[in-house]
Design a protein around this ligand. Structure first.
Ligand SMILES: Cc1cc2nc3c(=O)[nH]c(=O)nc-3n(C[C@H](O)[C@H](O)[C@H](O)COP(=O)(O)O)c2cc1C
Length: 182
């Protein structure tokens, strides 16, 4: 058991939970849900891995989790984000990191993106409304860019493009740093 690492996850429709469970299984560490996380809980570990979703361009729960980490005695904060964007959309993903991080954070916080999909069946009412509004906005446009057409197609229904493959860079990173002396 790797007693130095805790993986805290925040998941609404299950994709982040699935990745977090796979990760905890691979590196054999503690798994905790975001709503149970406290600075005291995090203080019992050296490395805190936070897994969450991309939500309307933002990292869901990021601010609160950073605050909790700051108040804890844990040494390292690592982030992974799941989202509907495919991993091949490097430019969009880089823009996403840029709009969520302060100038220093890309260096300070190791961060990993994992493609997941959409699950309308498990989505909250307010999230369904947001998706409906996005779909209506694009539908109403007279001329659509190729990106908008692609986005319209992508949000039309549920899909799952998650895979263990996308977890590998994070698993490798954690194996490396957890071998280092604390
Ligand atoms: C309202 C809403 C907004 C979303 N915004 C984004 C986004 O900005 N970028 C993205 O890649 N995925 C976005 N997604 C897709 C989710 O990030 C994706 O389904 C995620 O894996 C959900 O995680 P969960 O199942 O753990 O809750 C959005 C989904 C919803 C419902």
């Amino acid at each position: 058991m790797n007693s130095r690492i805790v993986v805290v996850y925040k998941s609404s429709t299950g994709f982040t939970q699935k990745y977090a469970e796979m990760l905890a299984g691979k590196i054999d560490c503690t798994l905790a849900v975001y709503k149970d996380a406290t600075p005291e809980l995090l203080s019992g570990y050296d490395i805190v891995v936070f897994g969450t979703r991309a939500h309307a361009g933002r990292i869901d729960g990021f601010r609160k989790m950073k605050e909790m980490f700051r108040k804890s005695e844990a040494a390292k904060f690592v982030l992974f984000v799941t989202g509907a964007m495919p991993n091949t959309a490097r430019e969009t993903i880089n823009a996403f990191w840029r709009q969520n991080f302060t100038a220093d954070e890309p260096e300070q916080i190791p961060h990993f993106y994992m493609q997941s999909g959409l699950c309308y069946e498990k989505m909250s009412f307010s999230d369904k409304l947001m998706m409906k509004a996005a779909a209506a906005m694009i539908k109403g446009k007279k001329s659509k860019s190729p990106e908008e057409k692609e986005f319209e197609r992508a949000i039309a229904g549920s899909y799952d493009i998650s895979s263990e493959i996308y977890l590998q860079p994070l698993t490798a990173f954690l194996s490396d740093i957890s071998d280092e002396p604390s």
